[in-house]
Ligand binder design. Sequence first.
Ligand code: TRP
Length: 461
Amino acid sequence: MDGEDVVIDPWGSAQSTDYSRIIDQFGLSSMDNMTLPSPSRLHRRGIVFAHRDLERVLDAQKQGDSFGVLTGLMPSGQMHMGHSMVIDQVKWFQELGGDVTIAVADLESQATRGVSLEKGRKIALEEYISHYAALGIDPEKTNVYFQSSRPIVQRLGFQLGKRTNLNEFESIYGFNGATNLAHVQAPMVQVGDILHPQTEEYGGLRPIVVPVGVDQDPHLRLTRGLAAKTNWFNVNDGKSSGVVIGLSVQEDNAEVLGQMPNGRLDKDRLNAVFAGMVSSLEHLGFSDILSNPKQGTITVPSATAKDKSRIQIKLLEYERSLGGMGLLAPSSTYHHFAVGLTGDKMSSSKPKTTIFLRDDLPTVEKKIKRAFSGGQTTVEEHRRIGGNPDIDVAYRYMMYFFEDDDSYLAEINADYRAGKILAGEMKQLCIDRASIWLGDLHEMRDQTAHLVKDFLASDAQ
Ligand code: TRP
């Protein structure tokens, strides 16, 4: 399939694992060379492999400025190990100081899986939020809401619908004339999920990061594109260095930006807007601001890539003061998918491919014993050639989920390759650790059950 495009369908069953191709094709940034404060297991092991604009979030964190984390859950079926990866990241961002918002995608679940809103609520609380509590998400710093009962989410989705069309949906999602309209609306609601935490009512303008599996990237591309289209001020890199800021005159801001309905230019108005932009930039400490209202641009030759993000935020603030939406494109991080127990895709609809967080220990033991192995067919051969931990599910699950100690992991990796550890032994190591991990989780779930209601935002009670 060389040269063919990777197609990512958030509702489909196909799953590409050609991650470097995904990075190239979708313009993600690699996590290599990123320095993170107290990197988690998923970061240290390269499992979180890509991002968009994560610098912006890390920058805010470093400066002690606020930032938000948003994730969503689809209330259908049982929560499994794969789902826990996003929660690990949410927890990491929360510990760094991010405020957390969790969308229960009850509208999406109803539209795409036929789950009633009532059932969706029950599943969300009993199956997902109770596990989030057990996994250590702090209810004091988390707000859970339902798509169906937060009007601003739906309103944003509707308003931004004006900035896209069916052609774009066809190219992003592969929709066609036969696509159910609920399926068209679901991504627009998700756009509302992702953007609403930065509205005044829900925390105000600040960077928002959305940790997801790559299957959700189409929604992020859509959201980022829509946010950018609403922006009144475009901040671009200068030709050789610095940044250049231009106006984006649109139907709903033309008058404020000095374009009179009769086609004339209201120069005073335009100059006032430029003065406002300049004053925003001066607040950031720049002294080489070249303002050229006639040409419609402002240039800041000394601004660096890092400054660009601060300039964007400052100008969004200014845009808001003039009556614009002032939407900042969300940041995102992407993790590799954990392989299914069978060696294929992990899927909640195929219990044999995954470990559910409610599985009892004998079930887990049985599942791991049957898992796809990277060992050789006979013990002799295994001792001679060694096993392959890269495809060994028991090893991978320790790496992804159950083993915290990097040096121990490196040791068993080497010993497996050298044939010193047999496939059955690797499975037993995994079973031992999985039993401890899940045993602890189940105990925590009982202990934190009373906290579930504390996660709910006031519109979710
Ligand atoms: N579409 C997501 C899923 O299928 C759920 C979801 C809804 C979501 N809104 C979100 C995920 C916002 C991340 C951010 O699981």
